[in-house]
Design a protein around this ligand. Sequence first.
Ligand code: HPA
Length: 285
Amino acid sequence: MNEQPLSMQAFKEAAACIKQQTPHSPTVALVLGSGMGPLAEEIGEPTYVPYADIPHFTRSTVPGHAGRMVIGLLQGQTVLAMQGRTHFYEGHSMQAITMPIRVLRLLGIKTLVVTNAAGGLNPAFHVGDLMLITDHINFTGMAGYNPLRGPNFDEFGPRFPSMVTPYDLELQQVARRAAQQAEISLQEGVYVSLSGPTFETPAEIRFLRAIGGDAVGMSTAPEVVVARHSGMRVLGISGITNIAITDPTSGGQTTHEEVLAAGRTISSKLIAVVKGVLAGRAIVG
Ligand code: HPA
């Protein structure tokens, strides 16, 4: 694993490269998880910046993750969508997978909307549900792989950042209202971030439920930690692509194909909610 700490110079070079390629100055960024990519197709006057063209960026090797930025206009806001993200399980360091978030901060992004595909732990959840993330358990971080481990970048934020409100309370309210107006039911809960790439065993599912998890996935919390460190406001939405299996005799298996297929159905709901959120002024401040 590449544990070489990234330098401020690297973040600045990446930001300068992106800035050079677009006339837009986005203030809101969207990270689009597995199957959520179609949201970026709604963006008007788009500039496309492939991650491969950005210095110091790592590329995703996962099917379903396009690997580019789409910068343009959505619901009267100037937005930057990251179509695809890199994951810890691909072998990159925590610093490398969260590097784009720091670059977004240097580009002037103040609000981050993170989305992901997740497995439902809460027995009340169904495949196809959207879940507003109200809090997270950064399991990999708690096990020592916190993205802020290493020298602190004082320019971004403090050595010991608070995580009392990882997900902005006002933006949660805006999302609830947007879902209501679009007549989309929105579940709510705690997202547990694991490293993957294995899906969970039945015993692990029981454990994650017992510690208060409602949904489980392989991303998001590290990005949110880095975003909060630099003072961004964060809104998080999970798409429930599968329900965690606790009965080994059921014959069921969780697969990436299942995750991608459900993600495609979920993305239309996600588009409606995110558009509603962007239409409100609260997102910008
Ligand atoms: N577990 C972990 N990550 C996931 C899942 C899951 O069940 N579904 C989508 N991402």
